[in-house]
Design a protein around this ligand. Structure first.
Ligand SMILES: [Fe+2]
Ligand SMILES: [Fe+2]
Length: 344
């Protein structure tokens, strides 16, 4: 989930993490290609990573400053503007459930998807070679992701205690069910590489939640702080996974590159689409009929707006694979065209 993309012109400080795509010591023609990553990678991790430096976040006591904070940025919860939510006075509850889902999604993603991939990277389990420094970095990111999951579960418990509202649906997010179906559809020998591709996609996407939510002063400070700290860690992860993609891609067989390319649009759409089955379960639990649920979801999240949001969010990730030459594969270009995401 990328944050910084401005090429730097000054030399890095000793020990500063510098993604190879931004390293001024590297010849311009080499930046963003398959050059050797800097040995300085993650040396500042001990002084910067949230798990190494940040205290536990606690919700403010009720009534602190007499101010009622939001549990999530209202701009990122389209359902709360729907008239059927307004007229039944359920905006606060819908927002709380939205936050629970975000936190649950985060915990499942980090523990069950990102960290197994990092473990495989850390133990040399893929058919490509990486510099030793990147193997050690994989261990560091593994710790980061475990900590992000801990923060997500910790906040969930605190909010349940504070509000008395339990999470209404903690089933496996639809994105991960979609991924499992995609993975099941490829030859067994390629499955771990499609899972890796999903993680490269998810770690390099621009997340509106991570880039906007911590800026919204209406949101409870502890929640904003957890999201901010996560965003800061993820900016480094994004650079790492971009570098990893650049190094790994030329070492993969043409068949594997084509398989990954053809699945890219579906991986992106799966990760970024609203979880409609989950939202339906929550709205049903809140007393809405099936017909009301369908109407609310289609009106609050029209398909063209969803697609446009996905298109914006994935431009960096798609650009990464474009620089790798992935779009030159006819199957990949066709998959993007039929997805409605981009006309390659
Ligand atoms: Fe994370
Ligand atoms: Fe990450």
């Amino acid at each position: 989930m990328t944050i910084h993309r401005i090429p730097r012109t000054t030399a890095p400080e000793p020990g500063e993490y510098v993604p190879m795509s931004m390293d001024p010591a590297m010849a311009p023609a080499e930046r963003g290609k398959t050059a050797r990553p800097t040995s300085q990678r993650f040396v500042k991790w001990d002084a910067c990573a949230a798990i190494r430096t940040k205290p536990r976040q606690r919700l403010r006591p009720p009534g602190d400053n007499g101010k009622e904070y939001a549990f999530f940025s209202p701009d990122l919860v389209p359902l709360i503007a729907h008239p059927l939510v307004h007229e039944r006075g359920l905006g606060r509850e819908v927002t709380i459930q939205h936050l629970y889902r975000y936190l649950h999604f985060t915990a499942v993603l980090e523990q069950q998807l990102v960290n197994p991939v990092l473990l495989r990277i850390a133990t040399d389990g893929y058919p490509f070679e990486l510099p030793k420094s990147m193997i050690l970095d994989a261990h560091r990111i593994y710790c980061d992701e475990g900590y992000h999951a801990l923060c997500a579960v910790d906040l969930t418990h605190q909010i349940e205690e504070r509000t008395g509202s339990p999470a209404l649906d903690q089933t496996n997010p639809q994105a991960f069910r979609d991924l499992a179906n995609l993975v099941a559809g490829v030859p067994e020998s390629q499955r771990h590489l499609l899972e890796l591709a999903f993680i490269i996609v998810s770690e390099t996407l621009v997340s509106a939640i991570l880039t906007k939510s911590h800026l919204d002063v209406r949101v409870e400070p502890a929640i904003r702080q957890v999201i901010l700290e996560h965003a800061q860690d993820e900016a480094v992860h994004s650079a790492y996974f971009s570098d990893l993609a650049r190094l790994a891609w030329p070492q993969l067989t043409p068949e594997v590159r084509s398989m990954i390319g053809q699945h890219l649009p579906q991986l992106i759409i799966a990760f970024l689409s609203p979880d409609l089955p989950h939202l339906t379960r929550v709205l049903t639990a809140l007393g809405y009929t099936g017909e009301e649920c369908r109407r609310m979801l289609s009106e609050a999240m029209p398909r063209h707006e969803v697609l446009s949001g996905i298109r914006n969010a994935c431009s960096v990730t798609v650009g990464l694979f474009r620089t790798l030459g992935a779009m030159q594969d006819p199957g990949t270009a066709a998959a993007f065209r039929s997805s409605g995401l981009f006309n390659i």
